[in-house]
Design a protein around this ligand. Structure first.
Ligand SMILES: C[S@@+](CC[C@H](N)C(=O)[O-])C[C@H]1O[C@@H](n2cnc3c(N)ncnc32)[C@H](O)[C@@H]1O
Length: 427
C-alpha cells in the first residue's frame, strides 16, 4: 500500500526545485503562501492564486513551478508532515521553521538536492519516504496508514479503509486531474492536443497544457470546461425536447448548460440555487452559448425531470480541490446526508406522475449516495429506482455503473468520482 501512495523523488534533479532549496525569491513565495494556506485552508485556492499573481519577481516557468509545488504540498500534506516528524525536526521548532522545512521536504520529493541552510533535519528520511513510512507504519492500523500515506483526513481514511481498493482509489484522488471540455453541439470540434473522452459523448480531454481560455471555441460558447463525470451525469438525465426540467441545485449552471445542449435548447429549464450569485454567473455562460431555455427561478408545479446535483463533501473531486480535505471537519462531513435528503425530498415534491428524479453527488461516500436514495425511497414509496441499464442500455451501464446506478471512480474511469441514481415517480 505504501509504495502505491507515497510520492518518491524523481531520478533526475529538477533545476527549479534545486533553485528553491536555496534562499531565493522563489522559496520565499512558497514558504509565505504555504504559511497563509495553513492558517485558512478554506481559502487555499485564492491564497495560492494571489501569492502567484503578486510574485512579480518570478518568471513564468518559476510561477508555474511554484503553483505545482504548492498543490503538491497540499495534496501530500499529511504525508509530508509525518515525514518531517520522522526526520527528527526538533520539537521546539517554531512555526516559521516548520513551514520552511515542510516546503524543503516537498522540494526534495520533487527533485531538489540537499538543503544548504535552515534547521537541522535528517533529509534522507524524506528522500526515501517508502523506507521511512514503512518503519513508521509497523504495528499501526490500516486506516491510519492509509490516512498518512494517502494524505487524507482521518475521518475520510477511516471510511475508505473499509474498501479493498482503497489504496488505488486514494492514489488516484491524489493525481492531477486532466482538463476536460464539453461540446455544446452534437458535433465535437477537432482541436489539436486533445482526444475524445472515453465515456462521455461530447467531451475532449486536453493532453497537454494549453491556455484553454484562448480557445475561440470556448470564448464563443461552443465549448465549456466540464469534467467527464459531470458530463455523464447530464447524459443519464436523457433530457428530451419539450420536457419541463428543474435543476434544483444549479450552482453556476454547469449541468443546466449540459442539459440544454442535450435537449437542443428545446426544454424549459428552471434553475434554482440558494446561491443567487452563482446563478447570475451561470446566466452569462448561458448567454455566451446562445441558450434561451434556462430561466432562474423558484420551482413551480410539476416537472418531467428533476435534477438534484446535491451539495456534498466533494470527496470524489479531490483531484481538483486538494485543499478541501483539510478545511472540512468530520462533523461537517457527517451533516451532509441529512441536508441531501431534505433537498431530494423537496425535489421529489415537484415531480409529475411518471417524472424522473436524478440524484447525483461528486462524493465517494456511500452515506451521501445510496444511503440518501434509500432514505428517500423509504419516505416516498411512489418512487422507484430505474436501473441504469434500462436508461442507457445494459452494456453501457456495465461500464459506468454498479448496482443499477452511475458509479464513476477516478482509479477505474479516470474521471472524478460521481454517483447518480435515476428514480421514477409512479405514473
Ligand atoms: C454540487 S453543487 C452544484 C453544481 C452545479 N449543479 C453545476 O453543475 O455546476 C451543489 C449546489 O447546491 C447548492 N445548495 C445548497 N443547499 C441548497 C438548497 N437547500 N437548495 C438548493 N441548492 C442548494 C449549493 O449552493 C451548490 O451550488
Amino acid at each position: 500500500m505504501i509504495e502505491l501512495l507515497v510520492p518518491s523523488p524523481p531520478a533526475d534533479p529538477n533545476p527549479l526545485a534545486l533553485k528553491a532549496m536555496k534562499p531565493s525569491g522563489l522559496r520565499q513565495t512558497l514558504v509565505e503562501a504555504y504559511g497563509s494556506m495553513r492558517l485558512d485552508w478554506r481559502r487555499g485556492r485564492q491564497i495560492q492564486g494571489q501569492a502567484l499573481r503578486e510574485a512579480r519577481h518570478l518568471g513564468s516557468s518559476e510561477r508555474r513551478f511554484a503553483g505545482d509545488l504548492l498543490t503538491f504540498l497540499v495534496r501530500h500534506h499529511r504525508t509530508i508532515v509525518t515525514l518531517v516528524e520522522q526526520a527528527g525536526l526538533s520539537e521546539s521548532a517554531t512555526t516559521k521553521q516548520l513551514n520552511l522545512v515542510r516546503v524543503l521536504a516537498a522540494l526534495l520529493l520533487r527533485g531538489g538536492g540537499r538543503p544548504i541552510d535552515g534547521p537541522e533535519f535528517d533529509y534522507q528520511a524524506v528522500t526515501d519516504p517508502v523506507h521511512t513510512l514503512t518503519g513508521w507504519a509497523r504495528g499501526r492500523e490500516r486506516a491510519e496508514i492509509l490516512g498518512v500515506c494517502a494524505s487524507l483526513p482521518q475521518w475520510l481514511a477511516d471510511e475508505l479503509a473499509l474498501r479493498d481498493d482503497a489504496p488505488e482509489l486514494a492514489g488516484a484522488l491524489n493525481q492531477r486531474a486532466p482538463l476536460v471540455l464539453r461540446s455544446n453541439r452534437a458535433e465535437v470540434p477537432t482541436i489539436e492536443g486533445t482526444r475524445p473522452t472515453e465515456y462521455a459523448a461530447r467531451g475532449l480531454v486536453l493532453e497537454k497544457r494549453i491556455d484553454v481560455n484562448a480557445l475561440p471555441e470556448l470564448r464563443d460558447g461552443r465549448l465549456e470546461v466540464m469534467d467527464e463525470g459531470s458530463q455523464l451525469v447530464a447524459e443519464i438525465c436523457m433530457p428530451q425536447p419539450g420536457e419541463r426540467i428543474l435543476d434544483l441545485c444549479a450552482g453556476a449552471l454547469g449541468k443546466s448548460l449540459a442539459l440544454a445542449a442535450l435537449a437542443e435548447d428545446q426544454a424549459p429549464i428552471t434553475a434554482f440555487d440558494v446561491r443567487r450569485d452563482a446563478i447570475r454567473r451561470g446566466l452569462k455562460r448561458a448567454q455566451r452559448c446562445g441558450f434561451r431555455s434556462i430561466r432562474p427561478g423558484n420551482p413551480k408545479g410539476g416537472y418531467d425531470l428533476v435534477l438534484i446535483d446535491a451539495p456534498c463533501t466533494g470527496t470524489g473531486a479531490l483531484r481538483r480541490r486538494p485543499w478541501s480535505r483539510w478545511s472540512m471537519t468530520a462533523r461537517e462531513a457527517a451533516a451532509f446526508p441529512k441536508q441531501q435528503l431534505e433537498i431530494a425530498m423537496r425535489g421529489a415534491e415537484h415531480l409529475k406522475p411518471g417524472g424522473r428524479l436524478i440524484y447525483a453527488t461528486c462524493s465517494i461516500r456511500s452515506s451521501e449516495n445510496g444511503g440518501v436514495v434509500d432514505a428517500l425511497r423509504a419516505t416516498r414509496s411512489d418512487l422507484s429506482l430505474v436501473p441504469l441499464g434500462e436508461v442507457i442500455g445494459a452494456d453501457w451501464a456495465e461500464r459506468i455503473g454498479a448496482d443499477g446506478v452511475l458509479t464513476l471512480e477516478p482509479h477505474r474511469h479516470g474521471t472524478d468520482g460521481f454517483y447518480a441514481a435515476v428514480l421514477r415517480r409512479d405514473g
